[in-house]
Write a protein that binds this ligand. Structure first.
Ligand code: GMT
Length: 390
């Protein structure tokens, strides 16, 4: 198949999923075309079977707000025509599904049908889509999609409830490449750990875009309580609006020597397996991709029982779940695990098994392929019925 993929190319879960999906689809022999405003950060640009098409946005002085959605729609239509795309797959409803809808209409007047699939990721529904000004257009473009997928059952239910969507929504969960996200050999792991902590101290990790929904300062609160009982270090991977608040809190608590702000990192698969535990104290996660990536590396999470997280983390088996803001509960659980090597080992093994058995890319990519095939079949049937009736 020839598949066009549009996503937010910068740091964020939906862009990561879209990029990893494109990479896996290309490995499976499909031709993948990324149509985005900059090259997705997890793409090297050298992958076979993948082309990247930049969306140039005019900055004519009249445009106080350059019309990116329109530039994207034009580019989608051009790429689809030039390269003979079979379908577009857009990640994150706003504005990508609106642009795809426009591209489909532009090509339809020339007698070419270009179906598009929209994947809902979370904040496109829970935050942005519910802003009254965006709600009608988001609802419309989701309904107009030729296929809709959601990354968790939670998000599907919430989309149906709040957007009154009547079209089918297929749940295809987030995935991880279990050959890339792997535990490190013990010797290598010890050498990597030595970069951050003495050999007798523990390492925790948090990975996010530091937006308020991630509650990064809760991660600091939890960590500081842990560190009072079990000497430890915290690796903070990512960057974003709440970084200064997190830095200020670490400073105020006098733990700045133990809190390592690593900024945005490209190869998180090399950092995650260094840690003993992941902290994901989010206000909301429709899935929690960061926790899955850590689990594949044999690192269980102390997380919040929100959104789609319980679809990934089974309390007490492959991680621990707490109410939002329960920093004491999260800290106690972490102290308990860090002081009981056998318990932590069992949970780490279970975390990796969950990733392998349920969320490995080898299991999830075929679900996308068969979904595309069904969308194309329906689109073909619809085109056939139009031409036979005309
Ligand atoms: O919240 C983020 O980190 C970014 C956001 C995005 O769309 O880029 O993430 C959402 O999509 C991820 C990938 O599908 C999910 O794993 C995250 O849970 C989801 N975030 C929220 O629902 C807050």
């Amino acid at each position: 198949m020839k598949i066009g993929i549009t996503c937010y190319p910068t740091y964020g879960g939906s862009g990561v999923v879209a990029t990893e999906l494109g990479i896996e689809l290309a490995r499976a022999g499909h031709q993948v075309h990324f149509i985005t405003y900059s090259q997705p950060f997890r793409l090297s640009g050298r992958e076979e079977g993948i082309c990247y098409h930049e969306v140039p946005v005019s900055n004519y002085p009249l445009f106080e707000y350059p019309p990116y959605d329109l530039a994207l729609a034009s580019r989608m239509a051009e790429v689809a025509e030039y390269y003979g795309l079979d379908l577009l797959h857009v990640h994150y409803a706003i504005p990508h599904s609106v642009s795809a809808l426009l591209a489909r209409q532009m090509l339809a007047v020339r007698g070419r049908h270009l179906p598009f699939v929209t994947t809902l990721h979370g904040t496109d529904i829970t935050l942005v889509g519910l802003d009254r000004s965006y709600l009608p257009i988001t609802q419309f473009s989701i309904e107009q999609s030729d296929g809709i997928t959601s990354i968790s059952q939670y998000l599907k239910d919430r989309t149906i409830r709040e957007f009154k969507i009547t079209s089918d929504i297929e749940v295809i969960p987030n995935f991880v490449n279990c050959d890339v996200y792997v535990p490190l050999p013990e010797e290598v792991r010890q050498a990597e750990r030595a970069r951050f902590a003495p050999s007798d101290e523990k390492i925790l990790i948090h990975l996010s875009n530091f937006r308020p929904v991630k509650r990064v300062t809760d991660a600091i609160e939890v960590f500081s309580r842990i560190n009072e009982r079990v000497p430890a270090h915290l690796l903070l991977v990512g960057d974003g609006p709440d970084r200064s608040a997190a830095e200020w809190l670490a400073l105020r608590k006098g733990i700045q020597e133990r809190v390592h702000f690593l900024g945005k990192q490209e190869s998180v698969n090399e950092l995650l397996p260094v840690a003993d535990l992941m902290l994901m104290p989010s206000e909301l996660e429709s899935f929690g991709l960061a926790a899955l990536e850590a689990m594949a590396c044999r690192v269980p999470s102390i997380a919040t029982r929100v959104g789609g997280v319980p679809e990934l983390i089974e309390e007490g088996v492959n991680g621990r779940l707490f109410p939002v803001g329960d920093v004491d509960g999260m800290a106690h659980a972490a102290i308990d695990l860090l002081s009981s090597p056998e318990k932590l080992e069992a949970m780490s093994v279970a975390a990796r098994q969950t990733a392998q058995k349920r969320f490995c890319s080898t299991k999830i990519i075929p679900l996308y392929e068969s979904f595309y095939a069904r969308v194309l079949e329906r689109a073909g049937a619809a085109a056939g019925s139009v031409s036979s009736s005309s």
